[in-house]
Design a protein around this ligand. Structure first.
Ligand code: GDP
Length: 340
């Protein structure tokens, strides 16, 4: 099969160039990963396995906060600070609404103007379209690509309004939540569950008229912290403040991230998180693949429609219908079909 061989040669060459740090190869690899075409998916899988040996060495940071809190201003200042300290920084995003709707993030690179032009940085908008699971999966693969290309800090941005935080916390070593000085009580439209994911809370906009309010908010959150995320190893979540616009406190945020890496790293908590994430990823892949196979299995389509109709009419219980469908999908397996 020369065509397949040709494709795998091309994938191997793409991987080699990417590992060499070729930015165009990196961009092409991510485009391949984002494609939904079946042949591209297969190439992307080959690419991911080829790159695996070169991945895992970066620090993976999730950064979240509601629109307007200052995420892009923060990432610009933070990223430039890291580059100055000798790091190479990749910025990815998980935003299932991106880039067509109003709430989109990283839709255009002008949001991080200096960083996006810097040779030490690589910025990639969120893959568009599809389910959150699909977007997160493509971002995870993109993360492996940027790691293989030598970026040692990966920032994954997301909007702090829903499920995507949970997905990003499931991709990263550390989750940083940006809040405004607006006050600790109402949590600014952020769901409590998201605050519970934070390893570090940063109150942004601690400048001008907002300095006193930022300090109050910092103290409020710090007081509430024992209710929040259980510590990672011996690391306890912290609250800090900064002004992304003025560049104040950015270095301190990085020191805390570094401290997290030392503390949580030494106790094995980061390794443990990554192990959990890898196992969860495997199960996600299994679920997604099985669901896709089931939904496209021509042998049982009419039966699925018939049973779904019966469920809608109340003629059969959902669990019984589900088992009947699964039995036909996987004949011979005892699914307890006769139990109710
Ligand atoms: P995002 O939607 O979370 O990415 O937020 P942006 O970075 O686009 O910032 C939203 C608005 O807040 C912009 O007008 C920024 O200039 C402003 N902003 C961001 N960081 C700061 C800060 O540290 N202090 C002040 N005063 N304003 C800021």
């Amino acid at each position: 099969m020369p065509e397949t061989e040709g494709a795998s040669d091309a994938t191997a060459e793409l991987a080699a160039r990417l590992v060499d740090g070729d930015r165009r190869a990196l961009a092409r690899a991510i485009t391949l990963i984002e494609s939904t075409r079946a042949d591209h998916r297969r190439q992307a899988e080959t690419l991911s396995s080829t790159l695996l040996a070169h991945t895992g060495k970066s620090l993976r940071l999730g950064i979240s906060g509601v629109p307007g809190v200052g995420k892009s201003t923060f990432i610009e200042a933070f990223g430039l600070h890291l580059i100055k300290a000798g790091h190479r920084v990749a910025v990815l995003a998980v935003d299932p609404s991106s880039p067509r709707t109003g709430g989109s993030i990283l839709g255009d690179k002008t949001r991080m103007e200096q960083l996006s032009r810097h040779p030490g940085a690589f910025i990639r908008p969120s893959p568009s379209g599809g389910t959150l699971g699909g977007v997160a999966r493509r971002t995870r693969e993109a993360m492996l690509c940027v790691e293989a290309a030598g970026f040692d800090v990966v920032l994954i941005e997301t909007v702090g309004v829903g499920q995507s935080e949970i997905a990003v916390a499931g991709l990263t070593d550390m989750f940083v939540l940006l809040l405004t000085p607006a006050g600790g009580d109402d949590l600014q439209g952020i769901k409590k569950g998201i605050v519970e994911l934070a390893d570090l809370i940063v109150v942004n906009k601690a400048d001008g008229d907002l300095i006193a309010a930022a300090e109050r908010a910092r103290r409020d959150y710090a007081a509430a912290l024992h209710l929040l995320r259980p510590p990672a190893g011996t690391w306890r979540p912290k609250v800090m403040k900064c002004s992304a616009m003025g560049g104040e406190g950015i270095g301190d945020v990085w020191s805390s991230v570094d401290e997290f890496r030392d503390t949580a790293g030494a106790s094995g908590a980061i390794t443990e998180r990554r192990a959990e994430q890898a196992a969860a990823w495997m199960w996600d892949e299994i679920t997604e693949t099985l669901m896709a196979e089931l939904k496209h299995d021509q042998r049982i389509q009419s039966e699925i429609i018939r049973l779904e109709d019966q469920v809608r009419n109340g003629a059969i219980s959902p669990s019984k219908a589900a088992r009947a469908i699964l039995e036909q999908f996987s004949p011979g397996r005892d699914l307890g079909l006769n139990q109710d």
